[in-house]
Write a protein that binds this ligand. Structure first.
Ligand code: ZN
Length: 224
């Protein structure tokens, strides 16, 4: 795989054939959607939406996490991109996309190990530990495979609640200028499940959020 050859090919084929499009595109961007997806190389927003350049503003991080407003301001990168997308670009949709076989969600299940070996990753994904602990508490007999799928789905939907901790998101959602949805992308089947802010998972998310401090307790002593 030769990256240099690929960029030459982009210029010769893609750019030259669509020069007018790119000359127009250079003036401004008007994306309709903010896509918050996992960094996973298989989660490709343009491909999923069959979109072209300029349509989708993107944030990609391990396990598609949105820091909550009340958390200490240690992760401004994600929030600054959301702020820009909502306030300046005025996107109409925010899509949080979780996916099958997510390495980030698998890491949440082994948080202590990750904190030791990959401290930056450990700190980042610990933002979602309450969801993993909630699943253990609520479904102690569920198989690990099913717990993983549930974590991947709940983690995506939870981020809608995290988004709603910001005033500028809440206001635009209330006036229906902003549509919030979580996706679960099953890579092997190509199917995408869509969950609104008020979805089948709403009660669970409420429970996780209201008991967040409790579920953040990793040894779960308080839960027993
Ligand atoms: Zn992932």
């Amino acid at each position: 795989m030769d990256l240099k050859k690929r960029i030459e090919k982009f210029k010769e084929l893609e750019y030259e054939f669509n020069k007018d499009f790119y000359m127009q595109l250079k003036k401004e961007q008007k994306p309709h959607t903010l896509f918050i997806g996992c960094s996973d190389s298989r989660v490709d927003a343009e491909n999923i939406f069959q979109a072209t350049a300029g349509e989708i503003f993107q944030i990609r991080n391990i396990a598609n996490i949105v820091p909550r407003e009340e958390e200490p301001g240690t992760h401004p990168s994600v929030v600054s991109a959301i702020e820009y997308a909502v306030k300046i670009l005025k996107v109409k949709n925010i899509i949080v996309c979780g996916h099958s076989n997510c390495g980030g969600c698998a890491a949440i299940r082994k948080l202590e190990e990750y904190k030791e070996n990959l401290p930056y990753t450990g700190e980042w994904i610990s933002q979602s530990i309450s969801i993993s602990n909630y699943i253990d508490y609520k479904y102690p007999d569920m198989s690990e495979d099913n717990k993983m799928i549930m974590l991947e789905k709940l983690n995506a939907v939870q981020q809608l609640d995290n988004l709603m901790t910001y005033d500028f998101v809440r206001q635009k959602f209330a006036t229906e200028e902003l549509n919030l949805q979580a996706y679960y992308y099953d890579i092997g089947t190509g199917s995408i499940s869509v969950y609104d802010y008020n979805s089948v998972f709403s009660d669970m998310i409420k429970e996780i959020t209201s008991s967040r401090k409790l579920f953040l307790d990793q040894d779960k002593k308080m839960l027993s």
